[in-house]
Design a protein around this ligand. Sequence first.
Ligand SMILES: [Zn+2]
Length: 343
Amino acid sequence: MDSILFALDSSLGYKAFEKDRSSQEEVDDLANLLRIYDKVQAFLGFERELATLQSYLSYELPDIPELGRVRKIHRSLADRIKDPKPYVDSDLKFRSEILGSSPDQNDTLQSLLHEYSALYSTMHDNLLSGVEECRAEMAKLLTGDELRALEAMEAISAIPKGEHATISRKIAELKDSLFSCHDPSASSLNLALQIRPEHDCGLSFARADGILKDARSRADEARTTIDDALNRRAEILYSPAIRERLSQGIGEPAIDAILACHSPEELRSHLVESLSEDPSVVDVINRYLKRVVIKAVKISDFQPTIRTVEREHLERVVSEFRKFLEDRLSEPEIDSRLMLQLE
Ligand SMILES: [Zn+2]
């Protein structure tokens, strides 16, 4: 008994231990404290609901029109729960005014979860289908005619090698880096949203636009990567020197079709179509281009001795550039024709 009285002395400042007698005032105070303790303990029985409430109320909702109604409920709940005493005092009040028993009940956690989950699921579905579209575009590029034609073109003697593999890898990496959700099922979404405002994939209203834009730009980058590579090859094959060599094969249907193209763009679509259908067209082309070697030269590798150029320096810079190209044109093999492609 003494140790209890001593504890009440040190924690609540009661004098019963010191004076060795109890006062009615301290007895009433203790009874009151025990009542409060019971209520708080009962209130903490709502641990799961309180965690959900806390998780939603501490979540920053972006200011977008579609979340208007949700923000209103959010604000109202946050305002009311600021003073938790009435709800600690009455679990009935807490159940009916804060938790709510049906989704139609205004401004309760139930109505917040109901409204928010419906909007979140729609946003989640739309985002995933937008990203899926980009993923499908990339998958199509990886198995498409253009990449196949690019691979076939590398067997043409004049065409630089190895880029097809690099491009395939790059597109596959872009595709794999797209946003994904491991379990987009309605049951998985509902389960997560009953506890917190984001699904397991971490998608939020605030990030959705950015994720979709990012997926779009990755799909565009994949497209541009193939386009650039094909255009560079078409430019090589459309160059006058190559056409002149190919003209030795006039009469061969494959060569005639190439020479009938009137622009690099036209040649590009012709080659994509014919090479993806029949890569052996390359053998016919090679018969006439056997000794042509194309070397890629980066203009950025040209390092003139002066960087700030005035009129009187032009001749010096031009002759340095000529020397730069001549060095790269020095024949690697006798009897082959070296061409430079400036990049
Ligand atoms: Zn998800």
